[in-house]
Design a protein around this ligand. Structure first.
Ligand code: SR1
Ligand code: MG
Length: 398
């Protein structure tokens, strides 16, 4: 018996019956299926359907990392996810799952069932690109970034929201796993022997380490906007019909540098492209490497379209917008580089690469490491996504 009420397939019906406020979304007395589908590192996720064809998702946090029970993890992350989801939904309901309710005792979120969608990473691994998702995520990040920034809120509103969305434990995981552990010897790290020299070369690069250190500092210091916080392709649902795109699993959400979310998407597109190239699918790799440009362009367009609504036009002139966008663009590139590198060396790998055979994996991992390094360093000369895509395309194709 666990010391908290951990949901299971058999206890879900009784649990739903104890939550009458969810009866508008599901008939707890007439369920036809309860399936546990959690495949991430952290949580239990159940999809529940009733006889009327209605469904919902229950997501419960465990007190430890799902894939490593010795690694304790605050369950308050569910509260933070609920808070973030409510905020992002208020701003851009089109691009997140609807939140039906939150149980703060057992840390359970009840959410919209999106099982008519598929996880973008799964689709990418199967060779289906869903290119529209890049522009949709650009709009999502543009809207949520603008309306939670100092341009979209008054000073007190923003400071209150910063305080309400602090997420120190999960941010520390990112600080360690993304910005530190890949650059040191750490038991979390693992690469194939064929990549040992690639990792050693990376760690010997003083210019790279300096930029990674500065990126970590920026991640820790900035409270520019309320981020999703873990926007890799495994946190995105896509559906071709209606080109629907939803960002889910926002438990790493926090107030941080806007470029972090853009960089997460960018990094995972580079990883997907390295997989495609390793499989000999060059045209697909080229298409994937073009998507960060679409992501950025759509983000920028959205952000600029909201600019007339900024909070204080007396001092937030157009020159401020240009400076802000230039900073976000450079941040997106450095965070893309850091997040690409961490998925190769560190604790949380990407199935795009892990599911390749060993020889393909070594080559693809090397390409991602080199592309990550290029994103971090070449942005110092020219941070435009177009120019950086030329660098990553050359590296991935080699
Ligand atoms: C222990 S959590 C490991 C990773 O999974 C999440 O998706 C985040 O990326 C985190 O770094
Ligand atoms: Mg996750």
């Amino acid at each position: 018996m666990s010391e908290f009420s951990q949901l299971s397939i058999t206890t879900v019906p009784g649990y739903l019956a104890s939550r009458p406020e969810l009866s508008t979304h599901i008939d707890a007395g007439r369920l036809v299926s309860v399936v546990e589908v959690g495949d991430g590192n952290l949580n239990l996720v159940f999809i529940v359907k009733d006889e009327g064809g209605r469904g919902l998702v229950l997501k419960q946090s465990l007190p430890h990392v799902r894939t490593d029970p010795t690694w304790a993890m605050t369950r308050a992350r569910s509260t933070r996810e609920a808070t973030l989801l409510a905020e992002h939904s208020r701003i851009d309901a089109e691009h997140v799952p609807a939140l039906y309710g939150f149980d703060p005792i057992d840390y359970i979120l009840a959410m919209e069932d999106l099982s008519d969608h598929v996880v973008w990473r799964t689709e990418l691994n199967a060779g289906r690109v869903h290119p529209y998702a890049a522009a949709a995520l650009g709009r999502y990040i543009g809207r949520t970034a603008f309306w939670t920034s100092a341009f979209g809120l008054t000073g007190p509103q923003k400071r209150n929201l910063v305080a309400a969305t602090a997420n120190p434990e999960l941010c520390e995981i990112t600080e360690d796993l993304v910005f530190t552990e890949p650059y040191i010897d750490h038991p979390h790290n693992r690469v194939l022997p064929g990549n040992d020299k690639d990792v050693a070369d990376l760690r010997a690069d003083r210019d790279l380490l300096r930029e990674i250190g500065l990126a970590k500092l920026h991640y820790q210091n900035s409270s520019q906007s309320l981020l999703h916080g873990d926007l890799h392709t495994g946190s995105v649902f896509v559906r071709s019909e209606g080109e629907s795109v939803r960002a889910f699993d926002s438990e790493f959400g926090f107030y941080g540098p806007t470029g972090f979310d853009l960089g997460a998407v960018w990094a995972n597109l580079v990883i997907a492209a390295a997989r495609a190239e390793a499989l000999g699918e060059h045209e697909r790799a080229v298409e994937l490497l073009g998507l960060p440009v679409a992501l950025w362009n759509s983000f920028e367009l959205e952000y600029r379209s909201l600019w007339p609504s900024r909070s204080d036009p007396r001092v937030y002139g157009d020159d401020v917008l240009e400076a802000a966008l230039a900073g976000i663009r450079s941040d997106a590139a450095v965070f893309a580089g850091a997040k690409a590198i961490r998925r190769i060396i560190g604790f949380a790998k990407a199935t795009d690469i892990e599911s390749l055979d060993e020889e393909q994996r070594v080559g693809a991992a090397r390409a991602v490491l080199l592309a990550g390094r290029a994103l971090v360093l070449e942005r110092l000369q020219d941070s435009s996504p177009q120019a950086l895509t030329e660098h990553t395309s050359r590296i991935i194709a080699e």
